[in-house]
Design a protein around this ligand. Structure first.
Ligand SMILES: Cc1cc2nc3c(=O)[nH]c(=O)nc-3n(C[C@H](O)[C@H](O)[C@H](O)COP(=O)(O)OP(=O)(O)OC[C@H]3O[C@@H](n4cnc5c(N)ncnc54)[C@H](O)[C@@H]3O)c2cc1C
Length: 508
């Protein structure tokens, strides 16, 4: 049997980045007499399986120029903290060592961590001033789309943004999908041609570009590259940055190497049982890849490639007809199909919403039925109303909810099943559904490693009815929005083990 992986990869090596994934952001032309091609790496923070980097390489080869990969990290963004800085800098360390190991003198890597708010201002412009063309990442969420749009009008050269978000290009459809079923049915019809258009696994391999020693001193003297100490993982170094130090680092390394290890462990040990165990409290039942996907340390294309290699799969196994069902279309094992439904259908459903609706993070984006029922019950008397600080400190009267929040505080994650309960209870314990939304966004994005992502909003808004349907009976406060209780959760999910890890009185 022919496996998808190697054969497909050979084909991908000869392919250019698909046009649907590339968008020109301004009308400024390419400057062939510039010194280098600039890749402004802001979301897909990896050197492999990355359409953006591949596109920048295409330009560098065409123009016969060196390539500068500029990976910045700002301090002034909302929720910037030790936790996220550490994770991103781990990724920088991996990128630095991978690029150094290639010994390609035509590629310069410039990782930059802004020491104070605003001190990085002017750096991109100074680099772009010397560049032929700038390529960046097209990520549909958080402050990135606004930042790229604002930058585009100011740059003296052409700026392109490239979409490496998922298996389906964001612009393959104009439609916003409101249910997983409709999106799955669409994918089953439209995804196959995109499965033949994968990024190169290593776009920097075997390229010959003119050599470039370093960046000009006028740039590196004013904007110093990230220190060796910080790259090596010295947590004390973070104290110097004006970020939130109360959200501490977690015991989980960021970067492509750690991501790949997790992926391999998951595929070898857990995938086969995923459909039965995904809701069990054992953290290892799931892949734990969402933070790496969020920070771009691993690509969904690589996940798919590794999965299909394990399954010895080829596209010939795809079902001829789409039926919108979770299982049976891919022609893979049950565990693989269940996992694909999470990391392709559910994950890309959130990216579809964020890329097509400017209000994807606002209450008004909820379906009409959900707003109507929540608004009808907005004034219902609440048994408990907690403040943001009480929620944040895990000091509600519900031990199970407090355990979930404790896991979020300590580890930057919540078990998926508990995460649903966590959100549903916030809806019941805030003065209004709008307040509930604010609290969920604040806590999820402040503490979760995978927060600030299109799927942060999918998950949070799902608790309020997005992607769902009305469920009877109509209840106090939640109306016909799907209800979850701690008591019910205790029947479906083994809470004892969970409470012994994260319940009151437990310590790290
Ligand atoms: C209130 C709430 C908040 C959430 N916030 C986030 C968030 O900030 N960031 C985030 O990535 N996910 C979020 N989710 C979705 C889900 O909880 C996580 O994606 C999942 O737990 C990540 O664990 P994993 O990587 O082990 O997933 P796996 O089960 O191994 O799945 C693989 C990948 O598929 C995707 N995925 C899995 N489940 C979902 C889902 N339900 N919806 C969308 N994509 C999914 C993720 O990218 C995940 O890494 C939230 C869910 C809820 C209910």
């Amino acid at each position: 049997m022919t496996c998808f992986g190697p054969r497909q990869q050979t084909a991908a090596l000869q392919q250019a980045v698909p046009k649907t994934r590339v968008q020109t952001c301004n009308s400024t032309p390419v400057r062939a007499d510039g010194e280098f091609v600039l890749y402004w790496m802001i979301a897909f923070r990896r050197t492999e399986w990355n359409f953006s980097l591949q596109r920048a390489v295409e330009w560098a080869v065409e123009l016969r120029k060196p390539l500068v990969i500029f990976e910045p990290l700002r301090v002034g963004y909302r929720w910037a903290s030790d936790r996220f800085h550490r994770f991103v800098v781990d990724g920088m360390a991996d990128n630095a060592s991978r690029i150094a190991a290639m010994k390609n003198r035509g590629v310069v890597y410039f990782p930059y961590v802004e020491p104070e708010r605003g001190s990085g201002n002017g750096l991109l412009a100074a680099l772009a001033e010397r560049a032929c063309v700038v390529v960046t990442d097209d990520f549909p969420s958080f402050f990135l789309p606004q930042m790229v749009a604002a930058t585009a009008t100011r740059l003296p050269v052409k700026l392109e943004q490239v979409d490496a978000n998922g298996l389906l290009p964001l612009r393959a459809t104009d439609r916003v999908f409101t249910t997983a079923f409709s999106f799955r049915s669409y994918l089953q019809q439209e995804l196959p041609p995109h499965l033949a258009q994968f990024p190169q696994s290593n776009p920097l391999a075997r390229i010959q570009l003119p050599a470039m020693k370093t960046l000009p001193g006028t740039i590196t003297r004013r904007w110093k590259p990230v220190s060796k100490e910080l790259l090596l993982g010295d947590v004390a170094e973070l104290a110097a940055f004006s970020i939130d130090h109360s959200v501490g680092v977690v015991d989980q390394r960021g970067g492509a190497t750690a991501a790949r290890q997790r992926l391999q462990q998951f595929l070898e040990r857990r995938l086969a049982h995923y459909s039965e165990t995904a809701n069990e409290p054992d953290e290892e039942a799931r892949s734990g890849l969402s933070p790496y996907l969020h920070f771009g340390h691993i690509s969904p294309h690589e996940l798919f490639h590794e999965l299909t290699s394990c399954e010895c799969w080829s596209p010939a196994r795809l079902a001829r007809k789409s039926n919108g069902k979770r299982e049976g279309w891919w022609g893979m094992s049950t565990g693989a199909e269940t996992w694909l439904d999470q990391f392709v259908t559910w994950r890309e459903l959130g990216y579809n919403m964020a890329s097509h609706r400017d209000d994807y993070e606002r209450y008004e984006s909820l379906p009409d039925w959900a707003r109507a029922t929540l608004d009808k019950h907005a004034r219902d008397r609440r048994e408990h109303v907690y403040s943001l600080d009480e929620f944040s400190a895990a000091s509600t009267r519900d031990p199970l909810w407090n355990a979930a929040q404790t896991q979020l505080l300590r580890e930057g994650r919540i078990h998926n099943y508990m995460r649903m309960l966590w959100g549903k209870k916030i809806l019941e314990w805030t003065a209004s559904p709008r307040d509930a939304l604010d609290v969920m966004i604040e806590l999820n994005n402040r503490y979760a490693l995978d927060g600030r992502n299109p799927n942060s909003y999918s998950g949070i808004f799902w608790c309020l009815g997005r992607y769902d349907r009305p469920w009877g009976p109509e209840r106090h406060i939640v109306g016909t929005v799907r209800y979850m209780s701690s008591a019910n959760t205790a029947r479906k999910f083994s809470v004892d083990g969970y409470l012994s890890c994260y319940g009151e009185g437990t310590h790290r």
